[in-house]
Every structure is written in structure tokens, then in C-alpha cells.
Design a protein around this ligand. Structure first.
Ligand code: TXA
Ligand code: MG
Length: 334
């Protein structure tokens, strides 16, 4: 397939492709998404194909006006309304009961649907012009780091989709917080830059974090209670081509261990890349993490050594969720 690389002025052309059942990758404030008409099962099916994504993994449906959530869900609780007022447009996906009209293909057969209104002018205009809600997973090949820059999307999807809408680099850098508000207790299924604390402050009640998110080595755990509730959390994810190790512990020791391992490996003839963020610079870490993984892959390093961020529930925790997955939970404690 000949993929059109479109600039902002061609937004109507991009929207027409979506309207006609095609696929367009587009920027949001979090990461680039690969969009299709969320209400057209055939179009959504093509997204799974282009990404090589398992088809039981549900998609997030993007809307341009908060009130459009009414097309997708039968009931808005007071909490949902408060969350929308506080966080939309923005990087918060709400998992809500779905209306019958939302195809199984979009929800992976679940009776809920993830919805968000992105905080990106280009994304909002694309949805408006397309005239339909847009289902969009991150615009990477399944298993690879999420794309935060147009060139990352081109690398993965050129030749596989009708068009790529080029925009600015993504402001946030990690995917939206996924919050399940379909049941009694709001539950975080995927951490992001909107934290449990932010959500609790808005709705005035306790938020639960899916216990599966605290498990460092899910492969060692067989108990039902740790089965992630978000289907997407169980697949191999964000993996760079290089081998990756996360070094965790006291900051000085982490730095020393990274230097030691780097020197050792270089002596063996390995090319080593390092990811070490400023202590507590969590927002910056979120912004840079996926881009760094992709840059190191382009430099063809053999090994990536990454310093863990020390944060138990905030933005740093959200970055660590991605970092540990990228490394296949390969952790060295110092
Ligand atoms: O920031 C984002 O959320 C980006 C941009 C493009 O909006 N999208 C994104 O989509 O990250 P994706 O498909 O890569 O991740 C969606 C996550 C998956 O882990 C999926 O399992 C979960 O959200 N999810 C979607 N709908 C769900 C549902 N109804 N119930 C539980 N989890 C759901
Ligand atoms: Mg993804």
C-alpha cells in the first residue's frame, strides 16, 4: 500500500479516509494513534491487521466533544460527569458500560468501552471532520515502543496504512491513564500522567489501582487476583530490539552499577545505551522514555541499561510500568 504522508493542511483528506473505512495515524497529546471509524467493524479489523495486534485487545474510542460520550454509553454517573469536567480534553480514558451500537470488534467483545477526548487540536479536528468517533490504539507495530514522533510512526506503519497525519511531537509521551468507572469502585487499569491522587481530589473518593500493576514479575505469579483487568496489559510490550536491564535502588548505587555494567559490556565488544533520568524529573521522563528507546534502537545498541525511577504511585510509577515491560521485567537490585 502506498501510504500518504499528510501535513496539517490536508486534515480534510485524512478525515475522508477515515470516513471511507480507511486507516490514518494521527498525533494526540499522549502518543500517536492509529485511527479508524470506531463504529465500522471492518475498518476496526484493519487496525488489528496493520499493527499485528491480538484481536481481543479492546481499543480506545476518541471523541471530539465530551457530550458525544452519550453515543457510546447508556448512563453517566455523577463521578463520570465530574471526571469529564475536570480532565477532558486530556490524557484520561474512561472505561464505561457500552451501548449496543459499539461493535464487538472495537471493544474486544467486552460489555464496556474505553473513551477519551484528546487534548490535541489536530486530533479533535480530525474527529470532527470524519464525523464519527475514532478507535485508535497507539500507532506502533504490536510489541514495539509507542510512537511519540511522526518519524516513529513512519518507521512502523509506512506501507501498511492509507495515511499518516504529521503533527508535532507528543507533549505527554506516555499513553493515557485508563480508569474503569463501569463498576462501584473507580479502578486504574493503566497508570498515566493523571494520577490516582489527581482523580481522588476530583471525585472525593478512594481510587483503587489494579493490583496487577504492582507486580514486578507477572510471569512468576499465577494467582487469579493478579490477572490484569485491562486485556492490553498482558501482552509483550514496548520492547526495544536491544536487551534491556533496569537497575533499581539508591540513586548513587544505581549510577555506579550502570557505569560498571557499561564498562564490562563494552569490554566484551557490546554497544551499550543508557537511560538515566534526573531524579524526580518524572514528567520529563514520561516525555522522553519511548523516544529514547527508539533512538537507541536506531543506534543499534546491543544492551540498554536503565535507571529505575523511585515513585510508588505518581507519574514516575506510570513511567516505571512501561520501563519494566520494555525490559521484560529484567531487574537488577543494588
Ligand atoms: O493515550 C492513549 O490512550 C493512546 C492514544 C492514541 O489515545 N491510545 C492507546 O491505545 O494507548 P492502546 O490500544 O495502545 O491501549 C489501550 C489500553 C489497552 O491496554 C486496552 O486493553 C485498554 O486500554 N482498554 C481499552 N478499552 C478497554 C476496556 N473496555 N476495558 C478494559 N481495558 C480497556
Ligand atoms: Mg499501545
Amino acid at each position: 500500500m502506498n501510504t500518504k504522508i499528510l501535513t496539517e493542511e490536508k486534515i480534510k483528506e485524512a478525515a475522508a479516509i477515515i470516513k471511507n473505512g480507511g486507516l490514518v495515524a494521527f498525533p494526540t497529546e499522549t502518543v500517536y494513534g492509529l485511527g479508524a471509524n470506531a463504529l465500522d467493524p471492518e475498518a476496526v479489523g484493519k487496525v488489528y491487521e496493520a499493527k499485528g495486534r491480538p484481536s481481543d485487545n479492546p481499543m480506545i474510542v476518541h471523541i471530539a466533544r465530551a457530550s458525544d460520550i452519550g453515543q457510546l454509553t447508556p448512563r453517566l454517573s455523577p463521578d463520570i460527569v465530574t471526571l469529564i469536567e475536570n480532565f477532558w480534553p486530556g490524557p484520561l480514558t474512561l472505561v464505561v458500560k457500552r451501548k449496543k451500537g459499539v461493535p464487538d470488534r472495537t471493544t474486544g467483545g467486552l460489555d464496556t468501552v474505553g473513551v477519551r477526548m484528546p487534548d490535541s487540536q489536530l486530533a479533535l479536528e480530525l474527529i470532527e471532520w470524519a464525523g464519527c468517533p475514532i478507535a485508535a490504539p497507539s500507532a506502533n507495530l504490536s510489541g514495539k515502543p509507542s510512537p511519540t514522533r511522526a518519524e516513529d510512526v513512519i518507521e512502523d506503519l509506512d506501507g501498511k496504512v492509507e495515511a499518516i497525519l504529521k503533527g508535532p511531537d507528543c507533549r505527554v509521551g506516555i499513553e493515557s491513564t485508563v480508569l474503569d468507572v463501569s463498576g462501584e469502585t473507580p479502578t486504574i487499569l493503566r497508570p498515566g500522567i493523571i494520577t490516582p491522587e489527581n482523580i481522588e481530589a476530583a471525585i472525593g473518593k478512594k481510587v483503587v489501582v489494579d493490583p496487577a500493576l504492582y507486580v514486578n514479575r507477572p510471569r512468576d505469579v499465577s494467582g487469579e487476583e493478579f490477572k490484569p483487568k485491562s486485556p492490553g496489559m498482558k501482552y509483550k510490550h514496548y520492547a526495544p530490539k536491544a536487551d534491556m536491564t533496569v537497575i533499581e535502588g539508591n540513586r548513587d548505587k544505581v549510577q555506579a552499577e550502570i557505569e560498571r555494567l557499561k564498562a564490562l559490556n563494552e569490554r566484551l565488544g557490546n554497544k551499550v545505551g543508557v537511560i538515566l533520568f534526573e531524579e524526580k524529573a518524572f514528567i520529563e521522563a514520561a516525555h522522553d522514555f519511548f523516544a529514547k528507546l527508539r533512538d537507541l534502537d536506531r543506534q543499534e545498541v546491543d544492551l540498554i541499561l536503565a535507571g529505575a525511577l523511585s515513585d510508588t504511585d505518581g507519574v514516575g510509577f506510570a513511567v516505571m510500568n512501561r520501563m519494566l515491560k520494555s525490559a521484560g521485567y529484567n531487574i537488577v537490585k543494588v
